[in-house]
Design a protein around this ligand. Structure first.
Ligand SMILES: Nc1ncnc2c1ncn2[C@@H]1O[C@H](COP(=O)(O)OP(=O)(O)OP(=O)(O)O)[C@@H](O)[C@H]1O
Length: 864
């Protein structure tokens, strides 16, 4: 067999090279095209594995030509039409197509290449068992080989149906049956079937085949052939000659009909036999009756009367039996007639009906098959899904194995790394051990030295322990001798003298600065608080000596440290009382008719208000100063009459305001009197008779003071506030009157505009503050440089402070400082300013003293 030979090749071989010749199974007689040629050429090269295929055309020509033709004709036709007749999957194979024809079956791969083709004669048997399609082949030597294909149930059913479809078509087509019979017989006998047989064969184009088959099936009754012989017989013959054990469906139906006919014939035969038997019986009875009738006639003459009666009854019975037999006979005759009729009809016209029935059954069977197919397609899908899952599982397994292999490799690697590390560790341990040993040896040596030292120390200590008591006793003796001697007394005297000297020196210094009229400067540093503590800010202030302060760099280093000396330096823990103690001695001068100005300078939040005003429960300088005034006045006795009044002036945005009236929109102007004193016409002055009165005054002023928030301090004062207390002290006896003024000024914050990040109204405030404070700086500068012109008029602040800074007043400045590192530069600016101010010599203060009645009292009289 030439399993690979294509249709054209096969025909050529058989026809002796007639290329134009078309094989009998060529689809509609179409001519082959070059592409088909290529495909077929390709197909020829494929070698079957079963040992029954032929490799070359020569082989085919050498023998068994015809056997090669049939499958190849079918195969090439299918290849040509590129039909995927049946597809199935086998392990390791993809897109393999299997198809079966009446002449055999072939297997194609996805490219349409024939991988195996088997002619019908070699197909010993085939069967479909669930998902398996099994073919048993037999080669020329009679060797059997079984091929099993995994098809899926649905595919298996397709295979079966297709096979039956072709067989049905062939069996319905007389020419096909003839061809099949001759073909099979020829092969069975080992003859080569002539090509003419195939040439004369019927086309396998399915559509035309079906039409033609059905037309012919109508025209040619199945019961007869063209030559008039009963077809069943021929079929039986063909069936017996075929190697296939399968019986066509029509043949089965006809066989069934034959069997039925046979049964009916047998029944008819039986009925005829029974009829003959009954006939015989009837004839016997008639004869008996006749005889009896004769006997009856003779009996009437003698004692034959009884006998006649008996015979008559018997005859009556026999008659009844006869009638029954006749009915039976008629019945059987009728049955026989029916059977004959039925047989006749079967033999004549009912074959068509049977055919119809068969077709009907076929249709039903097809419908059932379609339903089955549906189910099988679902099952196929499930089988496919299962296979997919299995392949996935296989993949997963592969991946897992790979992962395990990687893990194992990693484990091995880790193990070897650990081993290497251990080895290295051991080596390192060895090295370390050597180092440790060397170190230990050195330490031991050191210890030995220490031990020696210790022993020396111990011996020295022992020596000392004996010496110390002796020495102590000696020292005590010396001390008591010393104390008993005049040296100790003189030393104590010296100490006391030294203290007196210091006090004197201070007094002299105070007198000196009094004479010079220097501005006294007290520096007060507040403690770190709130945010500064939370953020752990650096405290950049140090106090190396009394009344000295050092400001470090903002990071707390001494790199840019600067030390200042002031008249007094109050550290953060200084109390309000301690601060006022230093102020108190200066207050008395107010009662003596001197002007005294205390002002607090410093950046926002540095403690100006705290020092001047202070909280109610721990008041600052203002309250304490007034209280001191009243205390001093009281101290002076009833000879003195003290008249005290207070006013509070605000300078806000270069405008003067009265803080003792709620509506301070009234414009105020400072006036400089001829005597050099400054007064503000229209400014409210409140009589103060007790220290508590001044507290009330300050509360009113505090409420009216312009206060707004900035990002430097939660309640930053944005204006300068000046509490002016006028004190008139009259001596009732001498009629001497002293008029002194105490100005207590809480300046606005001195921080730079840039840092306050103020905008809009706040910016204007800051600019005004800057202007007044820089004017103050200029005034201080001019005063310290003893310049002829002092620019008091440059700002409202300096103008108002003119009578304090202009030479007739005593001035004390509190420079307030923050210890926080973030405020370092502001602190330095303030301290630099204060240091300059301290150098200012205002000259000796002028006492305002007149005779009683020489000048107006300017206030109401307070009697003590
Ligand atoms: N010596 C101090 N001891 C304890 N707390 C202080 C001290 N000095 C200032 N404070 C506190 O620091 C905060 C700021 O002080 P204060 O209002 O007096 O600053 P300021 O210089 O007057 O500010 P502004 O220029 O905004 O008026 C206040 O809460 C105050 O109680």
């Amino acid at each position: 067999m030439v399993a690979e030979a294509g249709e054209e090749a096969a025909v050529r071989t058989m026809e002796g090279g007639e290329e134009e010749e078309q094989g009998p199974f060529a689809a509609n007689g179409s001519k082959p095209n070059p592409e088909d040629e290529d495909e077929l050429e390709e197909a020829r090269k494929v070698v079957g594995e079963d040992g029954v295929s032929y490799e070359t055309l020569e082989d085919a020509e050498a023998g068994n030509k015809i056997q090669a033709v049939c499958p190849m004709v079918v195969a090439s036709r299918e290849v040509k039409e590129k039909k995927k007749v049946i597809s199935f999957a086998t392990t390791g194979l993809k897109d393999v197509y299997l198809w079966i024809d009446i002449f055999g079956f072939a297997v194609l791969d996805s490219h349409g290449k024939v991988t195996r083709s088997v002619p019908y004669p070699m197909l010993a048997s085939w069967m479909i068992d669930n998902d398996l399609f099994q073919v048993q082949l037999v080669n020329k030597k009679g060797k059997q080989k079984v091929y099993t294909y995994l098809t899926g149930y649905h595919t298996a059913v397709k295979i079966k149906n297709r096979l039956w479809e072709y067989i049905d078509l062939y069996l319905k087509h007389p020419k096909a049956v003839e061809a099949l019979q001759s073909f099979c017989q020829a092969i069975e006998e080992g003859n080569v079937v002539s090509t003419d047989l195939l040439k004369e064969g019927i086309p396998l184009d399915k559509e035309s085949f079906i039409d033609e088959s059905l037309t012919k099936a109508k025209k040619i009754p199945l019961g007869t052939n063209k030559d008039g012989t009963p077809k069943a017989a021929k079929l039986a013959k063909s069936k017996s000659s075929s190697k296939s054990s399968k019986v066509p469906k029509d043949a089965q139906d006809l066989a069934r009909a034959e069997a039925e006919l046979r049964t009916l014939r047998e029944a008819l035969q039986k009925a005829l036999e029974e009829r003959d038997e009954a006939k015989e019986k009837c004839e016997g009875l008639d004869a008996q009756l006749e005889l009896l009738q004769l006997e009856a006639k003779g009996g009437e003459s003698g004692d034959g009367g009884e006998k006649l009666k008996q015979v008559s009854e018997e005859a009556k019975q026999l008659k009844e039996d006869l009638e029954l037999a006749v009915r039976e006979r008629d019945n059987l005759s009728k049955q026989l007639e029916n059977a004959m009729e039925r047989m006749q009809s079967m033999e004549t016209g009912e074959a068509g009906n049977t055919q119809q029935e068969v077709l009907h059954y076929q249709q039903e069977a097809q419908q059932l098959a379609a339903l089955m197919e549906e189910q099988h397609s679902i099952i196929d899908d499930l089988v496919k899904a299962k296979m997919d899952l299995e392949s996935q599982v296989a993949q997963e397994k592969g991946a897992r194995q790979q992962a395990e292999a990687i893990a194992e490799a990693a484990t091995n690697e880790a193990a070897s790394a650990i081993a290497a590390a251990e080895a290295q560790g051991e080596q390192l341990q060895g090295e370390q051990a050597q180092i440790v040993a060397a170190g230990a040896a050195a330490i031991m040596e050191g210890c030995e030295g220490l031990r020696r030292d210790l022993a020396t120390c111990r011996s020295e200590a022992e020596a000392l322990s004996t010496a110390v008591p002796l020495m102590s006793a000696f020292a005590l003796r010396q001390l008591s001798d010393f104390m008993a001697s005049g040296a100790f007394a003189s030393m104590r005297d010296a100490m006391e003298r030294y203290k007196k000297e210091c006090k004197l020196r201070k007094q002299l210094y105070n007198q000196l600065i009094e004479l010079r009229g220097n501005i006294r400067v007290f520096c007060r540093v507040r403690p770190l608080f709130g945010k500064e503590v939370e953020e752990e800010e650096e405290d950049v202030t140090r106090f190396p000596e009394e009344d000295e302060i050092t400001v470090l760099a903002s990071d707390g280093s001494y790199s840019r440290a600067k030390t200042y000396e002031f008249d007094k330096v109050f550290q953060p823990d200084s109390s309000q009382t301690a601060v006022f103690e230093e102020v108190a001695p200066l207050i008395a001068s107010v009662l003596d008719g001197y002007n005294f100005c205390i002002f607090a300078y410093g950046q926002t939040g540095s403690g100006k208000t705290h020092t001047m005003e202070g909280p109610r429960e721990d008041p600052g300088v203002n309250t304490r100063a007034i209280a001191e005034l009243f205390r001093l006045a009281e101290e002076r006795g009833e000879d003195y009459e003290i008249i005290v009044s207070a006013s509070v002036l605000e300078i806000y945005n270069e405008q003067l305001g009265d803080l003792l009236v709620r509506d301070n929109s009234k414009k105020l102007e400072a006036k400089l009197a001829k005597d050099g004193s400054v007064h503000v016409p229209g400014l409210t002055a409140m009589k103060v008779e007790t220290p508590q009165d001044i507290v009330k005054v300050m509360e009113v002023a505090s409420k009216n003071r312009a206060v707004s928030a900035t990002n430097m301090n939660e309640h930053s004062s944005r204006s300068h506030a000046m509490l002016s207390v006028s004190v008139t002290c009259r001596n009732r006896i001498s009629k001497q009157e002293h008029r002194g003024k105490l100005h207590l000024v809480d300046l606005a914050g001195s921080e730079r505009v840039g840092k306050s990040e103020a905008t809009g109204a706040r910016l204007k405030e800051a600019q005004s503050i800057n202007k007044s404070l820089s004017s103050l700086g200029d005034v201080i500068q001019a005063l310290s440089a003893k310049k002829g012109h002092v620019p008091f008029r440059n700002s409202k602040l300096t103008y108002v402070l003119q009578d304090s800074l202009g030479g007739h007043s005593k001035v004390l400045m509190f420079v307030q400082a923050s210890p926080a590192g973030s405020n370092t530069s502001e602190t330095r600016c303030s301290l630099d300013f204060a240091a300059r101010a301290r150098n200012v010599e205002l000259g000796q203060a002028k006492q305002n003293s007149t005779r009683y009645g020489d000048a107006g009292d300017g206030g109401r009289t307070a009697k003590h």
